[in-house]
Every structure is written in C-alpha cells, then in structure tokens.
Design a protein around this ligand. Structure first.
Ligand code: C5P
Length: 290
C-alpha cells in the first residue's frame, strides 16, 4: 500500500513522576531510573511528501512558542538520521504547531524527534521496524525512546533510553506551572551530589496501576529537584508560592523548570488551577493505558 502524501501527528509532552540518579557513567551521562507519563499537552507536526527531495522545517503562525528551525532542531536531526538509511531520494515539508515550552522538563524536543521518526517512517514507506527506530532514537538523545514506544507510561533506565511500559489506570490530573526561565539539563546535573541511598519507583508504579492519586502524591520523587533549585531561584520561589496557594506538595518534572501538583479529580484540578491563576498554571491530564 502506498504511503500517505500528508500526515498530521500529535507530539505529546511527558512528566516525570519519579527520577533517581543511580550513578555517573564512564560516557559522562548518568544512570537513571525514571517514571515517565505522556500528557495531553501536545505539539502537532504535519509531514508532507516533497518529491523534489528537499527537507524543510517551518512552524505555524499560530505557534505559541518560537523555536530554532535550523539543523540544531531535533526534528531535522531525526529526519536526516532516517535519510541515512534510505538510498532513494525522498524529501518532506515539515510544519510544527509548537505548544510545549522549551527547557521545561517536558521533553518537547525529544517528543518531536520521536514523532518525526514515526511519521517519516510511514510517509516515506521505509518500513523500518520499531527496534531500528529505537536504535536511531538512542543516538539522538536520552528521552526519545520513551516516545517511540507506544505507551502511556514507562519506567526508563540506563541513560533513559531503556523503556519498560507500565499500566496506568487513568485518568490522572496535574496542574503545572513554570517560572520565567527554563533550566539547562547539563547545568542541573552538574550541581548534583550523587546520593548514598537510592529511592525506588515501586510505589509510583503501584499508584499508577491502581489509579490512586492520593498514593501517587505521597510517592512522587525527583532527585534533580534540589540541584535545579540551586540553578533557578525563580523556580524555587514558584515552588514555595504553589505550595502556599495549593496547600499540596509541589514536584518538578525532569530537570525542570516545570513544577506540578497531583490532583485527585478533574474538578479538584480545576479548583487548584483557579487558585494558581496568577502563575499561568496549565492543566495536564493523562489517560488510561491501552
Ligand atoms: O540525552 P539528552 O540530550 O537529553 O541529554 C542532555 C544532557 O543531560 C546531557 O548532555 C547530559 O549532560 C545530561 N544527561 C545526563 N545523564 C542522562 C541524561 C542526560 O547526564 N541520563
């Protein structure tokens, strides 16, 4: 069957409900154990076949955020990595409607790269197996494999690229906010003191499986929170303000700077969001796993 001429795909943001740094590796990266959850916050990427063999990236005029559209963008890097596997001359016009903030710990760029691998594999009829897409994803970054895997949530280990899907009895609701400044992931890791005792993710995994938001809010953990607070004073103030306004524990996603609270229900999340209106808080939801 011929591939489609045009393909429009969602590219979701993730949040981390658990992140432990288990050690430093000889390649300079850190060994992680992290639980990632797909959310309803999405970019949308359109892939259109270009018979002239050109590759181009643009963003829609109504995009919420401006992003670099040059070769530093992971979308183009993912597309070029796929082209390296393909002897035919194929091209694509790629257009992104960008909603996921940058340097936010939501893996927007990694998600875009994974969506590009999946989308162009289909558009160009490459028929590469998912295992090969995973191999390419791991060469481009640590969070991309999570989005290549077709799952709502997963425990990710190694650099983050070893993905084990886990069941989720959703929906779960979160209210998230960001300070003005984003966080640079290498800066945050550079401020980390490696722990003597490691936390484990079993409680988070059990809470997601049971659909238990109260249990989840007791179990969420992120080892990078303190180092991120050391590099971003605005985020530290935001956490204190969210704690005061919501009277709930506030957590950080990834290496920040997005912070969030776990809510028991959609109506509770709406109340929390209204209470945080001065913080431009947004609503993140995740659904039941397939
Ligand atoms: O792989 P990714 O591009 O997401 O990583 C960005 C940076 O975050 C790396 O250059 C490294 O400084 C840090 N990092 C790390 N250990 C990981 C993942 C990321 O030290 N497992």
């Amino acid at each position: 069957m011929p591939g489609p001429d045009i393909l429009k795909l969602h590219s979701p943001a993730k949040i981390n409900l658990f992140l432990e740094v288990c050690g430093k590796r000889s390649d300079g990266f850190h060994e992680l154990e992290t639980v990632m959850l797909r959310t309803t916050l999405c970019d949308t990427i359109t892939f259109e076949a270009d018979d002239s063999g050109q590759l181009s990236l643009n963003q829609t005029e109504c995009s919420a955020i401006d992003i670099p559209l040059d070769d530093s963008n992971l979308i183009l890097r993912a597309a070029r990595a796929l082209l390296a596997t393909e002897p035919r001359r194929v091209g694509a016009k790629i257009t992104i409607d960008k909603r996921i903030p940058l340097q936010a710990g939501l893996a927007g760029g990694s998600s875009n790269a994974a969506t590009t691998l999946l989308g162009l594999n289909q558009l160009w009829e490459l028929n590469l197996p998912v295992a090969v897409l995973h191999e390419i994803a791991a060469t481009l970054g640590s969070d991309i494999n999570f989005f290549v895997e077709d799952c709502t949530a997963a425990v990710c280990r190694g650099r983050g690229e070893l993905v084990t899907p886990i069941p989720v009895r959703g929906p779960f609701h979160f209210v998230a906010a960001r300070p003005a400044a984003g966080n640079s992931t290498p800066d945050v890791f550079s401020k980390l003191t490696l722990p003597h005792e490691l936390h484990g993710c079993d409680d988070v995994v059990a809470a997601l499986k049971a659909g238990d938001a109260k249990h989840l809010t007791k179990a969420v953990f992120n080892r990078l929170t303190q180092p991120a607070m050391n590099v971003n004073a605005g985020m530290t103030r935001l956490i204190q303000q969210m704690q005061t306004e919501t009277n709930r524990p506030v957590f950080m996603s990834g290496s920040g700077s997005t912070c969030f609270v776990v809510c028991d229900s959609e109506s509770a999340a709406q109340q929390v969001q209204a209470g945080c209106s001065s913080l431009d808080a947004v609503f993140l939801t995740t659904l039941t796993s397939a």
